[in-house]
Design a protein around this ligand. Structure first.
Ligand code: ATP
Ligand code: ATP
Ligand code: MG
Ligand code: MG
Ligand code: MG
Length: 258
C-alpha cells in the first residue's frame, strides 16, 4: 500500500519527450524495407524488378490508405512507400512517433498477411520489417518537389539496374558490370540497352519506370453501382503508374491535395 503511493504518475510521465509535427504542413511518412537487398535474394525476387513483389507493396499501401483516412496520396518504388497526410490532419495529435509507428506496423502486418496471396508457391522465410520517418513539407510546391525527387530516383535506379542485370545475365560478374557502368550517363545507358540487348527503355512496364501512385479516385461513373447510398458517387483507392512530376497529373486530380 505504501509502495503504491510512492509512484507519482505525473513525475514518471514528465520524462516522455513529445515531438509534435508543425501544424498546417503536409506530413510525409516514408517507410523503407529493412535489409531488402538480402530479403529479395532470399525469396528469389526476379531481378531487376519482381512485379509480384511490387504488387504486394502496392496492395499493402491500398490497405493502409483504407485504414488511415487522413492519407491522401502515396507513392511507392522498390521497397519504399511515401504516405502523404492531409495538411490539417490531427491524426495522433500530430505526434511523430504515434503516426510513424502505427503506419509502419500496420504496413508490416499487411505484408505478412498478404504474402501468400501474391506468392502462393513461396514460403515467407523471415519476418519483413520496415523503418519509417516523418517529414513536414510547408507548401504544395515543396511537397510536389519531394514526390518528384522520389520519382526521379525511381527512374535513375531502374535504368541503372536494368543495365546492370542485363550485363549479369549476359555473363559478366557483378564487379565487371559495375565497372562497365561506372560514370556512364543516362543517354549512354539508354544506347547500351538498345545496341547490346535490343531493349527500348520506354517499352518497359510503366510500374517499373514510373513507380506506383495510390490515391482516392471516383469510381467510373458509367458503372451502374457507382452511386453510394447517399447519391454521391463512391470513391475507391486506385493504383496508377504515371508521371507525377508533370503538372498534368495534378491538374487532372485537383482534389488530392486540396
Ligand atoms: P536498408 O535496410 O538500408 O533499407 P536495403 O537492403 O533494404 O537496406 P535499399 O536501398 O532499401 O536497401 O534497396 C532495396 C533493395 O531491395 C533493392 O536494391 C533491391 O535489391 C531489392 N528489391 C526491393 N524490391 C524489389 C523488387 N520488387 N524486385 C527486385 N528487387 C527488389
Ligand atoms: P489505442 O488505439 O488508443 O491504443 P486501445 O483500444 O488499444 O486504443 P489501450 O488504452 O491501449 O486502448 O488499451 C488496450 C485495450 O486492449 C485494453 O483496454 C483491453 O481492453 C485490451 N487488451 C489488451 N491486452 C489485453 C489482454 N491481454 N487481454 C484482454 N484484453 C486486452
Ligand atoms: Mg533504409
Ligand atoms: Mg530498404
Ligand atoms: Mg529502399
Amino acid at each position: 500500500e505504501e509502495d503504491i503511493n510512492k509512484v507519482k504518475p505525473e513525475y514518471v510521465k514528465s520524462f516522455e519527450f513529445v515531438r509534435k509535427l508543425l501544424p498546417s504542413t503536409w506530413i510525409v511518412v516514408r517507410i523503407d524495407g529493412r535489409h531488402f537487398h538480402g530479403f529479395s535474394e532470399e525469396h528469389e525476387f526476379e531481378k531487376p524488378n519482381d512485379g509480384q513483389a511490387l504488387n504486394l507493396m502496392n496492395s499493402c499501401a491500398v490497405a493502409v490508405m483504407e485504414e488511415f483516412k487522413d492519407i491522401v496520396f502515396s507513392y511507392g518504388v522498390s521497397d519504399e512507400f511515401s504516405f502523404v497526410l492531409k495538411r490539417d490532419s490531427q491524426f495522433h495529435d500530430r505526434h511523430a512517433s504515434g503516426i510513424v509507428s502505427v503506419i509502419v506496423s500496420f504496413f508490416s502486418s499487411m505484408y505478412v498477411m498478404k504474402w501468400k496471396g501474391f506468392f502462393p508457391e513461396k514460403e515467407l522465410k523471415n519476418p519483413p520489417s520496415f523503418d519509417g520517418r516523418a517529414v513536414c513539407y510547408p507548401t504544395k510546391e515543396i511537397l510536389r518537389d519531394y514526390l518528384a525527387w522520389r520519382q526521379v530516383d525511381c527512374h535513375i535506379n531502374n535504368q541503372y539496374n536494368t543495365c546492370f542485370w542485363m550485363l549479369i545475365k549476359s555473363g559478366k560478374s557483378k564487379s565487371e558490370a559495375q565497372d562497365y557502368l561506372k560514370g556512364t550517363r543516362a543517354q549512354e545507358k539508354s544506347e547500351l540497352l538498345v545496341q547490346q540487348f535490343g531493349i527500348d527503355y520506354q517499352t518497359l512496364p510503366d510500374m517499373f519506370r514510373q513507380g506506383s501512385s495510390v490515391f482516392w479516385d471516383k469510381e467510373d461513373p458509367t458503372e451502374r453501382y457507382s452511386d453510394g447510398p447517399d447519391g454521391k458517387s463512391r470513391k475507391k483507392v486506385v493504383v496508377e503508374h504515371c508521371n507525377i512530376i508533370e503538372q498534368s497529373f495534378w491538374e487532372a486530380h485537383p482534389n488530392i491535395l486540396d
